[in-house]
Design a protein around this ligand. Structure first.
Ligand code: PYC
Length: 311
C-alpha cells in the first residue's frame, strides 16, 4: 500500500498540508513539466489530500519538489479542492515553518520556486516568516460588474501571484458573523466576472474575489477572500494582500517600505510592505504558521473514497 507523509500547519487559521515524501515520481523535467505531469496524470494526489474524507474544503496542499536551479532552496506546487494555484502566500509561510519544525531550515533567507516564479522567504524563527512575493500589479481600476442581487459593483483587477477582483464591502460588515452573506456576495461577483468574460491581462480567469474594507482596532484594512473552490480563506490571504498592496501603491495610498496591517475574516493579521525592484512592485508579506499534525496518508484498495469524494 502506498504511504504519503504529510505535515499539516495553519497560517492564521488557513490550513496547509505539505507533502514531504511518498508522492508519485513526476520525472526529471523542469518544474513546469513536473507541474503538468501532476495535473495531467496524478491529479488523484490533489483530490486525496484536499477533499473529504481526509480534509476540509479549505485545505491547501503543497508538494515539496527539487528546484530547477540548484542555487534555489526548494520548489513547491500548490493545489486545493478545485485545482492548482500559481502561488500561495499562507502556504509558503506554512512550508517554511514546517521545514523549520523538521530542522531543515534555520533562521535565514531562502529562495523558493513556484509555478509563477521564484519567491523569497525569510525565516525569523518560531514559525514567523516574511515572503517576498512575485512582482504584483494592478491591471485595471474601477471595473463594473453585474452581481446578481446586488446590482452593478465596481472593483479593481490585480495580480498578486493569483488573479483577484478587489471590491469594497457593500455594507455587509467584514466580520465572521457575516460569513454567509459575504459568501453570497462574493460568489455573485465571481459569477458576474465569468458571465461578462472579465479576465486578467493574460486572459486568465479571475478566480479570487477579495472584499475589502476599513481597518480600525490596530489594523489598516480588513478583507474576506473567496478562493477558487468556493471556499473562503481563513487567513488574510498572502497573494490577496499582495494584490491589495499593489492597488494601494498605484493609488498613492502606500509608500515604499511603509507597513500595512491587513486583517483576515477571522481576525488574523498579515504585515505587508512593498519594495520597488528594477521597476517592479515586490510585496513582502509577514505572518506566522503553526505545525498542527504529522501523518501518513494511506490508500486502501478497498476504500471507494481513497482518492477523495469528488464534488
Ligand atoms: O495565502 O495566497 C494565499 C492563498 C491563496 C489561496 C488561499 N490562500
Amino acid at each position: 500500500m502506498e504511504k504519503i507523509r504529510v505535515i499539516d500547519s495553519h497560517t492564521a487559521g488557513e490550513p496547509t498540508r505539505l507533502v514531504i515524501s511518498g508522492a508519485p515520481d513526476l520525472g526529471g523535467g523542469s518544474l513546469a513539466e513536473r507541474f503538468a505531469q501532476l495535473r495531467e496524470n496524478y491529479d488523484w494526489l490533489r483530490t486525496s489530500l484536499c477533499l473529504e474524507p481526509r480534509a476540509s474544503e479549505a485545505a491547501v496542499g503543497a508538494l515539496l519538489c527539487e528546484p530547477d536551479d540548484p542555487h534555489n532552496d526548494a520548489a513547491v506546487i500548490f493545489f486545493n479542492n478545485s485545482g492548482y494555484l500559481g502561488m500561495c502566500g499562507h502556504a509558503t509561510i506554512g512550508l517554511v515553518a514546517t521545514l523549520e519544525y523538521l530542522g531543515r531550515m534555520n533562521v535565514g533567507e531562502y529562495r523558493i520556486e513556484t509555478p509563477v516564479g521564484v519567491v523569497g522567504a525569510r525565516l525569523h524563527g518560531n514559525g514567523r516568516v516574511t515572503v517576498s512575493n512575485v512582482a504584483s500589479y494592478r491591471f485595471r481600476k474601477d471595473v463594473a460588474v453585474e452581481a446578481e442581487g446586488y446590482g452593478t459593483v465596481k472593483g479593481d483587477i490585480a495580480w498578486g501571484g493569483n488573479w483577484f477582483f478587489l471590491v469594497r464591502d457593500p455594507g455587509i460588515g467584514l466580520r465572521k458573523a457575516n460569513l454567509e452573506k459575504l459568501m453570497g456576495f462574493s460568489k455573485a461577483v465571481r459569477k458576474g466576472l465569468e458571465t461578462a468574460s472579465i479576465r486578467g491581462d493574460d486572459e486568465a480567469e479571475i478566480d479570487h474575489v477579495e472584499v475589502v474594507g476599513e481597518g480600525g482596532d490596530g489594523v489598516d484594512g480588513r478583507n474576506f477572500v473567496l478562493c477558487p473552490g468556493a471556499e473562503y480563506d481563513r487567513s488574510p490571504c498572502g497573494t490577496g494582500v499582495s494584490a491589495k498592496l499593489a492597488c494601494l501603491y498605484s493609488d498613492g495610498d502606500l509608500k515604499e517600505g511603509e507597513v500595512w496591517l491587513q486583517a483576515g475574516i477571522l481576525g488574523g493579521v498579515f504585515e505587508g510592505k512593498v519594495h520597488i525592484v528594477n521597476g517592479e512592485l515586490i510585496p513582502q508579506i509577514t505572518g506566522e504558521a503553526f505545525v498542527s499534525a504529522e501523518s501518513y496518508i494511506v490508500f486502501s484498495p478497498c476504500d471507494p473514497y481513497r482518492h477523495g469524494i469528488h464534488p
